[in-house]
Write a protein that binds this ligand. Sequence first.
Ligand code: HAM
Length: 464
Amino acid sequence: MNYRAPRGTHDIFGEDAAKMSWLEQKARDIFKKHGFEEVRTPIFEESSLFIRSVGQPTDIVEKEMYTFEDKKGRKLALRPEGTTSLVRAFIEHKMDVLMPVSKFFYAGEMFRYERPQSGRYRQFHQIGAEFFCVSSPVADAEIILLACDLLDFVGINEMEARFDNGHFFEMKVHLNSLGCRKCRHVLREKLVEYLISLSNLCENCLRRLVKNPLRILDCKTDSYKFTEIPQLSSYLCDECKHDFDLLKSLLEVAKCDYVVDNKLVRGLDYYTKTVFEICCSDILSSINSSTPIKDAVNCYDQNFKPYYIKARRMNKDLNRRITLAAGGRYDNLVKDLSGQDTPAVGFALGSERVLIVAEKFGSPEFYKSFRKFEKVYVAIADQELFKEAFSFAVKIARNGLKNSKDISVFGPINDKSLTWQLKFADKIGARKTIIFVKTEFKKGKVLVKNMENKVQTEASICEL
Ligand code: HAM
């Protein structure tokens, strides 16, 4: 029997693994600059923790959680998201009592039993940040701008400008306020009034009408019916309205492009007040690199060649969005999980989605930055030079070459012909091969072969 990775999971190696590490490292640098500290929580937790936090009537809890019992019958779940685990850790380590303000970030695998497709997996990676103890919308603004900065860093934020007619591609912050415990019931009532005026709601929506009507706006089956939902933000209490207005003005001051999206409710129940999603047109299903058309400017594929989009499909798919990053405020969650009353706000981005989009549209800098290490192969033309070549390879792996410190060294491999070694060097994508030949070595020299243009030159060993 041939084993394969389970459906919805994938092995990440080679350049893809390098991209993932690169993205996480860049995120770490950015988070640290903003005063966030890293936290690593377990990959599994008690199932009841997620049920209480994410909410029973949500897709994540109802359909998507990977749950299992351990040998002692404890009910556990692979984490479907990072916020809940971080809040559990925050309370367990008494940070709600000890710390006046806390800022944390995390990066790691999450698990959801979803129908796999491009950009949607059963095991995927999130990079997220949570900001505790500040109730002012200044924290919301900081979190949203941080998410935008990260996307900006990989070149995604500029994409609208890249397609300068603005027609094919758009990336925007979608923003809404769901109110607090004081005004949420008014929003609910208005929404229920509207929803019961519609006919033919699906079974799921009818069930949620009683338990959690806000969740209905997220329904994949019925969402097309909700064309005239009441403007929920006009029913906010004074405090929520003030906070929402202040947040919008802060984003404007920071020149962050946003739209108020009345339908945005998010798929997790812990949110209060601000919710947001940073979305782009669903390009994952509509890109085809081999179909050149006009209008795509400043986009490059990984060989730095201009990248084009299939226009017709793109237009058709424009209504579909994919969410690259999302989050919001959750002022009740710490208390609901038995901690102190602690306001909080955060976001998470999906690393795979961000990398797929960046890969299709990223600037040449994106590729250059994670292809930092130049591959160098050390070969031997004469077997008796194996030890000398080996010690040279160890030396340059430790110290780099004079002209490039960031190298990745392969070889030497003994008992193989030079032809085999050169073919191997080509296969692994070595930029140059340093060849130990008896006659040259006696003069303190080696041959350096440029693997791209195949030009071979002599070089003194001590000058390399
Ligand atoms: P979420 O919207 O469920 O929010 O997930 C955040 C991001 O993770 C999504 O925008 C998407 O990019 C990515 N993502 C979600 N599901 C998948 C999947 N099956 N495959 C690939 N990528 C996926 C949360 O998880 C919240 N904890 C965010 C948050 C942090 N809110 C406050 N703090």
